[in-house]
Design a protein around this ligand. Structure first.
Ligand code: BDP
Length: 617
């Protein structure tokens, strides 16, 4: 799915700002057809943002079910000959959308974009203004990802109708129009999609021994003049278009045309073009280089950004452009004070500046695809991304089955695969995306999880044959039944936190033991994709105890000792980048405090020490 852009034939109108908002307290709005007339008794609401932390009433914040958004928009007379599309960056989690009371689209899934062609409705209309209404539901059940269920309790101890949304993941179930809402135009004959794949020949060789120890040394000496180069790149563009495509050009960062071709029409609405580039500049971690592919049709034109880089995997290395890459970075969240999961470009810039200050080179979009604007920033900053689909909450730790009972079902699988498709469609051309993660902490020890994830992984590979596939595990190596189908193994571990709480002395032994088991069983590279300790900023104690800043650093250090001796460990992502909001829980004091930064993006003590380490490797 192409991102809305402006050029000489396309326009974009931003619908961000203040919308009308109403809670559907009794969830009767659909039945009563609230979309037919302007919302009554509405309050003001900001878009993009989660509504939960903007209001003061707990009833609204914790409402389970529908809320309604509404605003008016204007269509310019100059759009008369255009195709007009309404686009939501995301709507968390499920939405029904009307324009002037007519339904234009329904969407299930809270973290990916969707759109509706509204040309017929708004062109040549007598209306001065159009009314846009959205009914948005935050209900999670076992047919969607993330998974959840509504719990109802009755009995003498509970008030009448007592119920709440249960979730089996560790972040607050923020809801709202979290990402930009836009209207954009295209010519009537238009470019629908562009898929760019690149191949590289003559990559400069790197012949040092590719072990972690060598890698550390290599990175120390890694100078800009050492950046990998290639002799030649082939750019393959597949263009889906109802407009006749005349020319495809590749432009470099100075907007110089470095290659072009007249694409061949291969099928109805489909064109293929191949462009050769001599001595391409590669997209490297920390040193991005972005080319533009300009598609010129008879009526439409679209410019897509891309990068040229290679990915290879051996049994103990992940290589980008032929050089071993060691993942240093974090699992993150889209989360901040007041705006919740709403896109905030200022926070994004701060986060990227902090990542670079730390010497980090990567992050995982735990536990859902982040905003497109974040992916674009990662492209530009040379930040490597593990892109994760919102498959989280698929494991119980008390022995109850998730895949074998009446929980995860065929509808879940279908939705999971739809979300993989939507994630791929949205993110396929981003050079920053180096690996897909198809789930976080699913019950991969269950026999019934096997056919489920075989299907999921096969779907991901059918969509994309250029990127590796991983999945993030909580299950132990002995019990895991899935990783033979993955390229890289990601493991989350909390030794000395959830088990043997406070005993840092067990970490080294337990971690090494477990990592060896994974490697012996699968012979694949491993990333420790989460490990961490809740830490209250400003708590200090000598000697340290759990929850103090000293403990967090000492805790991380025990893990690092193991990373430094195991060759097949190809990365460390401590949990988490910053403190974040969760539901209420006995071990959550106003949220998860495992951040290396506070929720307001200020460093805890561990940040300085981790920084020193990462600057060195
Ligand atoms: C892991 C989850 C992550 C949690 C973390 C924790 O992947 O979402 O926030 O543990 O407990 O299980 O802090």
């Amino acid at each position: 799915m192409l991102y809305p852009i402006e050029n000489r034939v396309r326009e974009v109108k931003n619908l961000n700002g203040i919308w009308k908002f109403k809670v559907d307290a009794d969830n009767v709005g659909l039945e009563e057809k609230w979309y037919e007339t302007p919302l009554s008794d509405a309050i003001n609401m900001a878009v993009p943002a989660s509504y939960n932390d903007l209001v003061t009433e707990e009833k609204i914040k914790e409402h389970v079910g529908y809320v309604w958004y509404e605003r008016n928009f204007i269509v310019s007379d100059s759009w008369e000959e255009k195709r007009i599309v309404l686009r939501f960056g995301s709507a968390t989690h499920h939405a029904v959308v009307w324009v002037d009371g007519k339904e234009v689209v329904r969407h299930k899934g809270g973290f990916l974009p969707f759109e509706a062609d509204i040309t017929k409705l708004v062109n040549n209309s007598v209306l001065e203004e159009h009314r846009l209404t959205v009914a948005l539901s935050n209900v999670l059940d076992w047919t969607c990802i993330p998974c959840g269920e509504i719990i109802e309790k009755q009995g003498p101890g509970y008030p009448e109708g007592f119920h709440f949304q249960e979730t089996y993941f560790d972040f607050y179930n923020y809801s709202g129009l979290h990402r930009p809402v836009k209207i954009y135009t295209t010519p009537k004959q238009y470019i629908k999609d562009i898929v760019i794949k690149t191949e590289v020949e003559g990559l400069c060789s790197y012949c040092e021994q590719q072990s972690f120890v060598a890698l550390k040394e290599y990175n120390r000496l890694y100078q800009e003049s050492d950046l990998p180069t290639a002799e030649h790149a082939t750019v393959k563009a597949r263009i889906i278009s109802s407009d006749m495509i005349r020319l495809v050009q590749v432009l470099d960062e100075q907007n110089r045309i470095v290659g072009d071709c007249v694409p061949v029409k291969c099928a109805d609405d489909e064109y293929h073009g191949i462009i050769q580039i001599v001595n391409p500049t590669l997209w490297n971690p920390g040193k991005a280089y972005l080319y533009k592919l300009r598609v010129n049709g008879e009526n439409d034109t679209y410019t897509e950004t891309f990068g040229i880089r290679t990915i290879d995997i051996t049994e103990n290395s992940f290589q980008i452009n032929g050089r071993p890459f060691y993942f240093k970075g974090f699992g993150k969240h889209e989360d901040s004070d007041v705006r919740g999961k709403g896109l905030d470009e200022a926070f994004n810039i701060r986060d990227f500046n902090l990542l670079k200050w730390m010497g980090a080179n990567s992050f995982r979009t735990s536990h859902y695809p982040y905003a497109e604007e974040t992916m674009m920033l990662a492209d530009r900053e040379g930040m490597v991304v593990i892109d994760e689909v919102p498959a989280v909450g698929m494991c119980f730790w008390d022995g109850k089955s998730v895949f074998g009972g009446n929980r995860v079902n065929e509808k879940t699988l279908e939705h999971h695969k739809n979300m993989l498709r939507a994630m791929y469609e949205r993110d396929k051309n981003h050079p920053c995306v180096m690996m897909w993660s198809v789930a976080n902490e699913a019950a991969t020890h269950e026999q019934e999880a096997v056919p489920y994830f075989q299907d999921v992984i096969r779907t991901m590979r059918e969509l994309d044959d250029t990127r590796p596939v991983t999945m993030v595990h909580t299950t132990g190596a002995d019990d895991d039944k899935i990783s033979q189908w993955l390229d890289v193994i990601c493991v989350n571990r909390y030794y000395a936190w959830y088990n043997d709480h406070g005993h840092r002395e067990v970490i080294g032994l337990q971690l090494k033991n477990e990592m060896e088991k994974w490697h012996r069983k699968y012979n694949k590279p491993i990333i420790l994709s989460e490990y961490g300790a809740d830490t209250i900023a400003g708590f200090h104690k000598l000697p340290s105890v759990a929850f103090t800043e000293e403990f967090q650093w000492e805790y991380l250090q025990e893990y690092q000792k193991v990373f430094d001796v195991l060759d097949y460990m190809i990365g460390e992502h401590p949990w988490a980048f910053a403190d974040f909001q969760t539901k209420q829980g006995l071990n959550r004091i106003d949220g998860n405090k495992k951040g290396i930064f506070t929720r307001n993006r200020q460093p805890k003590m561990a940040a300085y020490v981790l920084r020193e380490r990462w600057k060195e490797i």
